[in-house]
Design a protein around this ligand. Structure first.
Ligand code: PLP
Ligand SMILES: N[C@@H](CCOP(=O)(O)O)C(=O)O
Length: 470
């Protein structure tokens, strides 16, 4: 299968190439040239099937023969053996028509592990096969960084750098990035917001000298491999609840739009999804966009759900591409409006396209705390604040006819202070999760300046500095 850029002027790539580049050289995001389609019979066969088998069916539809089946199966089995639940992503019933899909049983206790564990194996394999090395640079508002530094820590040919907004992630999140103790893992605290970090990653791709000097790659959800792997759990959850014989709705706590976009992909592949509900905190740019048809940036507000404190939702560009009939010139113009004016207006037909499937709602911080308390008092369930944002929005979106699945994206132990405030309950990191209490924290504090961060990466990366590189 070929992969094309949403902005139309980057080379068309194979699966392996798209995975290694991360971001297209025209600034766009790679998507498959067409969506693979699954029959109702195939989706029905997923009922009761182990997670890894479903993952194989879905991932191999995108790999399209570029990796031998037996090897791909082995990588998938190994990736999900790191999860601490036999179902990998268990579904928990929380009401008559409501379920929570727990995506946080991986090594760093967030849904990012689901994609990052397999992505690291795929990238490591492709690089070894090609005798190449590369440097991953990423931006994190808290969870992606820990999951990536953990997943790639044993990859001989990869150095990984993650920037996070200094002082704006939880202690557990920060420690997951700073105590890895691997020579190839680098945590960088930036005096700025997540959006500043993400913009620097994109600017590094546009700086061709730097990109080539370090062999730059990305594993944020701008990398197609992330979205692909996140598509799997929409299928497993829906099949467990009766798909394809009834439709299911999902509510997703949303920031960079990667997780919910994976639901859109599942729908394009044939899964019966009724609504995809975007849940946001005070940084409600996506809710406003759905309502008004205009994507308008505002200041980022720091909240108790730091992983969603985002204004520039990268993957919305992938949806936009489909919404404008896959015309890359329209996407290019809208993205340049966003960069130059801080907003863009969705064409009317694109707005209609988006609202036909997606709804949106937001929960304020007091509402989120209230929801956490209510859920705990009702059922003894401890939800992390991001999950609680979505549970609150889901409550308003659920109807009597369609089961509603809320994605639980982080373990409550990642946000113990907020959990305590909302429920009076102490929650600690489970023994099996990545904990390195004995390791000292290693991080570099760098100013919010592209040249300064690039200089740091050149110096520390094996390729950029010329140390141990081929
Ligand atoms: C716990 C948690 N929930 C939700 C989100 C938002 O997911 P996405 O960025 O894919 O929209 C994130 C960050 O990505 C997160 O870490
Ligand atoms: N909330 C994320 C932000 C980055 O999202 P990604 O899915 O694009 O990597 C985080 O926790 O870092």
């Amino acid at each position: 299968m070929d992969y094309i850029s949403t902005r139309g002027s980057a080379p068309i790539l194979t699966f392996k190439e798209a995975l290694l580049v991360g971001l297209a050289e025209d600034g766009g995001l790679y998507v498959p040239q067409h969506w693979p389609k699954f029959s109702a019979k195939k989706i029905r066969s997923f009922r009761g099937m182990p997670y890894t088998d479903v993952a194989f069916h879905i991932i191999s539809a995108f790999v399209d023969g570029e990796i031998e089946d037996a090897l791909l199966r082995k990588m998938i089995d190994e990736a999900y053996a790191t999860f601490h639940h036999p179902a990998v992503v268990p579904l928990v019933q929380t009401g008559a028509d409501s379920w929570v899909l727990e995506l946080f049983h991986g090594p760093t206790l967030a849904f990012k592990d689901v994609a990052m564990q397999i992505l690291a194996k795929l990238m490591d394999h492709i690089l070894t096969e090609q005798g190449r090395r590369l440097t991953i640079v990423g931006a994190t508002s808290g969870d992606t960084g820990g999951a990536a530094l953990e997943a790639f820590k044993d990859c001989e040919g990869i150095d990984t750098f993650f920037m996070f907004p200094s002082g704006k992630v939880s202690d557990v999140q920060r420690r997951q990035m700073t105590t890895i103790g691997a020579a190839n893992a680098h945590a960088i605290a930036i005096d700025g917001s997540f959006d500043d970090c993400q913009s620097m990653v994109k600017a590094m791709f546009a700086d061709h000298g730097f990109r080539d000097a370090v062999q730059l790659s990305a594993v944020n959800s701008i990398n197609w491999g992330r979205v692909m792997a996140q598509t799997v759990y929409y299928f497993t959850a829906a099949a467990a609840l009766g798909a394809p014989d009834r439709d299911i709705s999902f509510t997703v706590p949303t920031g960079n739009f990667g997780d919910i976009f994976a639901g859109y992909v599942a729908k394009q592949m044939g899964l019966g999804i009724d609504r995809l509900v975007i849940a946001t905190n005070e940084n409600d740019i996506l809710s406003r966009t759905l309502l008004s048809g205009s994507y308008t940036l505002s200041e980022v507000e720091v909240t108790i759900t730091p992983s969603m404190d985002i204004q520039i939702s990268s993957n919305f560009e992938r949806l936009l591409f489909d919404a404008v009939g896959r015309d890359p010139s329209v996407v290019k113009n809208l993205m340049s409006d966003l960069k130059n004016k801080g907003d863009y207006a969705l064409p009317e037909s694109a707005h209609r396209f988006v609202t036909e499937l997606f709804s949106a709602g937001s929960a304020s911080q007091p509402q989120t705390l209230e929801m956490m308390g209510e859920v705990y008092n009702r059922s003894g369930y401890l939800a992390d604040p991001h999950t609680a944002v979505a549970m609150r929005v889901a409550e308003q979106a659920v109807d009597q006819t369609t089961p509603m699945v809320t994605l639980a994206t982080a373990h409550p132990a990642k946000f113990p202070d907020t959990v305590y405030k909302a429920t009076g309950q102490s929650v600690s990191v489970p023994d099996w999760a990545t904990q390195r209490a004995q390791n000292p924290e290693i991080l570099s504090l760098i100013e919010n300046d592209l040249a300064a961060v690039e200089a740091f990466i050149i110096d520390k990366s094996r390729i950029g500095s010329g140390r141990n590189a081929d």
